[in-house]
Design a protein around this ligand. Sequence first.
Ligand code: P6P
Length: 336
Amino acid sequence: MERVTLSQYLIQCDRQTSLAPEALRRVLETCAQACAGIAASIARGALGDVLGSAGSANVQGETQQKLDVIANDRMLAANAWGGALAAMASEEMDDPWPIPDGEPRGPYLLLFDPLDGSSNIDVNVSIGTIFSVLPAPDSAQVGVVNAEAFLQPGRRQVAAGYVVYGPSTVMVLTVGHGVASFTLDRESGTWWLVRDRIQVPAQTREFAINASNARHWEPPVKRYIDELLAGREGVRAQDFNMRWIASMVADVHRIMTRGGIFMYPRDRREPDKPGKLRLMYEANPMALLIEQAGGAATNGLQPILDIVPAKLHERVSVILGSREEVERVTRYHQGA
Ligand code: P6P
């Protein structure tokens, strides 16, 4: 079978749907190239200066790992000059990063979590990069870019994707015309289409949640998980299996591959926080991918993609994956 490259896939997409115009293709191919570089840095491991703490903290107050900074710098450097973006925003930066003076601006905003799953770097467990593309308001293409330009609901994303740095390096991507996955040929640097029109099974027997937080969960989550744990002796009358990698990208990729439900709900540890995960550059891109693949993604009460953000680094509860399970959990939150 004649394999198709990422570039060919995007051009074919645009010919069929006009959803991947040249400027958007440039952003996505540039992100893919930057992620191939990040993959090479990760693969160096202890042989390169990429492990351990960077000795600094990010906007979330979390200690930055060296790879957090390396990945962030690679994404910025690769996307700074292409002329397709008005600005960028990242988990690792307090404020939006405007395209440098002298460089042409373009019609898109790029948001990313450059290195998701940092706690897994030093133990050689799969980690990832997550990215989201929004339309840039006209004002952002000429004047000063501020956070307000980014505060758009996830439904307005024109593209979203992630790269999982695992035994192989795989990118999963949507421009709004279904979901496709690409595997990186590390020798040539080429991303090859390996799956198209990915569908998440509507049913599953596999759930992902950090069960050490159980005593802090709100009642609907507790009820749902207890039913899964009761297995065939309980109301679900079937056994379930649990996975928790603590890299959202890896857990979501498993769900994208064979189904499942991923949950990081708000809990009583920090009741004033709506959740741990970030809306703009973690939950929104993953929610678009999951919905495009026939799954569902809510915060327990509404589709994540409908949430109107108030802050760039806003957090959110995340329940996503196989549609029938996500709908069940959401019903429990609504008192059903
Ligand atoms: P915990 C990684 O830090 C992350 O943001 C997600 O990738 C992951 O799903 C979650 O946090 C893990 O959180 O509390 O289990 O360490």
